[in-house]
Design a protein around this ligand. Structure first.
Ligand code: ATP
Ligand code: MG
Length: 813
């Protein structure tokens, strides 16, 4: 038997055969959580580079989150060195597409300074459209004609339409046809009446985005498909890798095919049991579609779990096995059986949060230094659950951070500054203009802002152009104080734009901006907690120092100097995003904005006409990816980027279950395991909810806690809640009571020795564990305990904490 090359030790046989599997034969690695899929994918990439001499820049590796992209890069860095690792085209679909469009978008008439609309901005645009439509039809509208779509619903439905290649026109015609139908609506289907009302909103939304030179998350993918179809040779890719393939949607599948168009070399890894994004148009059927598209695809299964203890795996598998339509799978643990997962029952959400905080503190204390704060994760079904938990952790002095989407970038002060920077980069981006026009206060009240928006829409011009006209005196009837303030704004923006174009660094630009608009003063006078907000701004500046392209990245960030250049340019990911939605068709229909008679310098923004020659659009000449643009792209796509990453090292992580996909922690808590949360009351796919709980549980390496509260206040209303049906089904069957325990695991030095082995860390000194136990007992004479689940026998309660510790020792093999 030939000995394995050095770099391929640390793989089991199945993983090894997947890694060395013929690179020219498409491959699906299908396996359960923690079986080393991502690890195998990483090694396969390294192997291609080392043994098959594939150029790193010709490898695309797509991950689901930004965090996962960073981890993959770090792992590859160790395997193949920094230079090769940074040359890979590595990132999320959105980040790779964003970069591709910045570099080659001119081929489909997209300016490379496009702004990326986040969900909130899309919502605002749609809100404006709805308002105008209601106002326009208002006087005459009868009950039936009145628009009864909420902006948030419209955003969701439009995103779904884009994900299914449905244009506004198609939406309208389908709705008309469906209106004739007499069949009842199937589950999750939207009524044709609503779709008919929505189609003109969708159409206007597309036009508005074009006018603002803005793309939303769906557009990034959709337009990359369009670009790659039109100019397949703008990239040169030999191998394509996709992690978490079960959660790709139609457009992402199409992108994968287009990336692989030339060589057909694709390797994907996935697990149907972990598909949790159908609600965002992901299609697990893509696994089957791949085999149709690449008929010689081979499948490899991995069956050994390296992440979790046997007990955690047993509980997780028990939960997922209740889905009777799912084919059973083998998943063996490679570790000891470990502590039985705890099912904690609390009176209400406050007690639950306190129990979790207390338990984290206890484990940290008694682990004799084995466990760090960053070894704990609390995984939530939805963000709003985090408030009580954060409070409880803070009360106990436990450092923590919320890893949840855009949080940081959603703060008022951050959004304000980013809006200014967006305008500096893209003058036409109205959502940003409307945000800052009266920030700091310029006595331009909401009513005037609304007037301005309407005027801009009527003139089919971006808001900032209208403001310029006002300042030039071309639009009369503005009172002088407002006029002066507006003048100041216009002058400031013109000056900053110039500085930016001259290549000023983002950090300097932010400093200039802060001084120019005197933002600190504004914060002081309007926000009580202005100091904390000022800290956030400083954090943004830190982030700017980290994202600005370095000398090394400069080459990969630069776009060709000639629009006709077909030289493939290496893409490099600065990693971003967990944004998931997407689509495929191109609802952007070529449309020239008519020039207004008061004569403007502005050009039509996006012209999506396939047969348009590049040479005809000199105004769309590509520029380099400026530092500002790189920075803005990183902020708008960085839903899971931790700002100031170093800072996160020693903190308990609070995350949504969705964002935790692919990650692992030694200790995991899943609160609110209740009906209404699991399954979530708004979801109509119970099995996807079950899989989500399965994903959450399988993040745990050594200790897992599910908790639920008898009563919980949600949306201001306190309600009684039953235990989640997913867990109830398991404990009802579990007559031996071995899958879940109602007690906290009792852990002593010996047990921690076992944990240390799983985590590959040095076993703690027993003396330190003992000292930790007594410190804990002293600090909490009457520790808060999880109680027995209602309807089930109470566990034997020892009289005091000390005996409890001994009597409840959990067997750890
Ligand atoms: P998920 O489905 O949750 O994404 P996965 O299948 O991608 O899981 P990985 O994250 O690759 O699993 O691996 C899980 C853990 O097991 C990681 O800590 C990884 O380093 C470890 N691991 C995987 N394979 C091996 C192996 N052969 N030897 C030792 N550790 C391994
Ligand atoms: Mg993985």
């Amino acid at each position: 038997k030939r000995e394995r090359p050095e770099h391929l030790r640390g793989l089991n046989n199945a993983q090894y055969s997947a890694v060395v599997h013929n690179p020219k034969v498409p491959l699906q690695i299908l396996a359960g959580p923690g079986s080393g899929k991502t690890r195998t994918l990483t090694y396969r990439i390294a192997h291609l580079i080392k043994e098959h001499n594939v150029e790193p820049s010709k490898i695309v590796a797509v991950t689901f989150t930004n965090k996962a992209a960073n981890e993959l890069r770090v792992r590859l860095h160790a395997l193949i060195g920094e230079k090769a690792a940074s040359a890979l085209v590595l990132g999320t679909f959105h980040s790779i597409c964003g970069r591709l469009l910045r570099q080659h978008g001119h081929a489909i008439n997209i300016q490379n300074n496009f702004s990326i609309c986040d969900a909130d901005e899309s919502k605002k645009i749609i809100n404006g459209i709805l308002k105008d439509m209601v106002a326009a039809s208002g006087a005459h509208a009868t009950g039936a004609q009145r628009l009864d779509i909420k902006d948030i619903v419209a955003v969701e439905l439009i995103s779904k339409a884009k994900a299914k290649c449905i244009t506004p026109e198609e939406m309208e015609s389908t709705a008309r046809r469906d209106l004739q139908r007499t069949t009842t609506l199937s589950k999750g289907e939207t009524s044709p009446h609503i779709m008919l009302q929505l189609s003109p909103v969708y159409k206007e939304y597309v036009e508005e985005c074009q006018k603002h030179n803005a793309l939303d998350f769906d557009d990034l993918l959709m337009l990359a498909v369009k670009l790659l179809k039109k100019k397949p040779d703008c990239i040169d890719i030999e191998h394509v890798f996709v992690d978490e393939f079960q959660d790709t949607n139609t457009t992402q599948f199409e992108l994968m095919v287009l990336f692989a168009a030339k060589h057909g070399n694709v390797s994907v890894v996935g697990d149907p049991d972990q598909s949790i994004y159908a609600w965002r148009s992901a299609e697990v059927e893509n696994l089957a579609r791949m085999i149709l598209r690449f008929p010689n695809t081979q499948q490899i299964y991995l069956e050994d779990n390296y992440r979790s203890t046997g007990a955690i795996l047993a509980a997780s598998v028990a939960i997922i096995s209740e889905d009777t339509n799912r084919p059973p799978k083998t998943l063996r643990t490679s570790h000891a059986f470990g502590a039985t997962p705890t099912l904690g029952s609390c009176a209400d959400e406050h007690e639950e949060a306190a129990c979790i905080a207390d338990e984290i503190k206890r484990l940290k204390l008694i682990s004799g230094g084995l466990l760090k704060w960053s070894d704990f994760a609390i995984l939530l079904r939805f963000n709003a659950l985090s408030r009580n938990i954060e409070t409880a952790l803070q009360r106990e002095g436990i450092p923590n951070r919320v890893l949840s989407g855009h949080k940081f970038f959603e703060r008022i002060e951050i959004k304000d500054l980013l809006a200014y920077l967006q305008i500096i980069d893209n003058f036409d981006f109205d959502p940003a203009a409307l945000r800052i026009i009266n920030v700091p206060k310029r006595n331009i009240g909401n009513k005037s802002v609304e007037e301005l928006r309407k005027k801009a829409r009527k003139m089919k011009k971006p808001v900032m152009h209208v403001v310029e006209k006002i300042v030039d005196g071309r639009i009369p009837d503005i009172n002088p104080p407002v006029l002066n303030k507006a003048k100041e704004l216009v002058r400031t923006m013109q000056r900053l734009r110039k500085l930016s174009q001259e290549g000023m660094s983002v950090v300097d630009l932010i400093q200039e901006l802060l001084t120019a608009i005197n933002y600190v003063e504004y914060l002081k006078t309007t926000q009580q907690d202005w100091e904390a907000r000022w800290e956030n701004i400083r954090e943004l500046i830190t982030f700017a120092t980290e994202t600005v392209p370095t000398a090394g990245m400069e080459t990969t960030l630069t776009v060709p100097t000639s629009p006709t250049s077909t030289e493939p340019i290496p893409l490099s990911a600065v990693g971003d995003d967990e944004s998931e939605s997407s689509s495929f068709a191109t609802p952007f229909i070529g449309k020239d904005t008519p020039e207004e008679d008061w004569g403007s310098q502005s050009k039509p923004i996006l012209i999506f006409e396939d047969d348009q020659e590049e040479e005809e659009a000199p105004s769309l000449l590509p520029e380099t990816m400026t530092p500002l643009r790189a920075f803005l792209q990183a902020t708008s796509l960085s839903t899971d980027t931790l700002v100031n990453e170093d800072d996160t090292q020693e903190k308990v992580i609070i995350s949504t279950c969705h964002a935790a996909k692919g990650l692992e922690w030694p200790v995991v808590f899943v609160p609110s395991v209740e009906q209404g949360t699991f399954p979530f009351y708004r979801s109509d796919d119970t099995e996807e909810e079950r899989r989500l709980l399965y994903v959450a549980c399988t993040r745990a390496q050594v200790l897992l806690y599910l908790t639920h509260a008898g009563r919980r206040k949600i949306g201001g209303e306190s309600k009684a809640n039953d235990l989640s049906e997913f867990v109830k089904a398991v404990i009802d069957k579990d007559t031996a009571k071995t899958i879940f325990t109602h007690n906290k695991p009792i852990l002593h030095a010996k047990e921690f020795g076992v944990l240390g082995k799983i985590l590959e860390r040095k076993a703690p000194d027993p003396k330190e564990c003992d000292a930790g136990v007594s410190t804990y007992l002293k600090s909490k004479p009457a520790p808060i305990a999880f109680q027995g689940v209602k309807g089930n026998p109470e566990p034997q309660r020892p009289n005091n904490a000390e005996t409890r510790l001994i009597s409840e020792r959990t067997a750890l093999s």
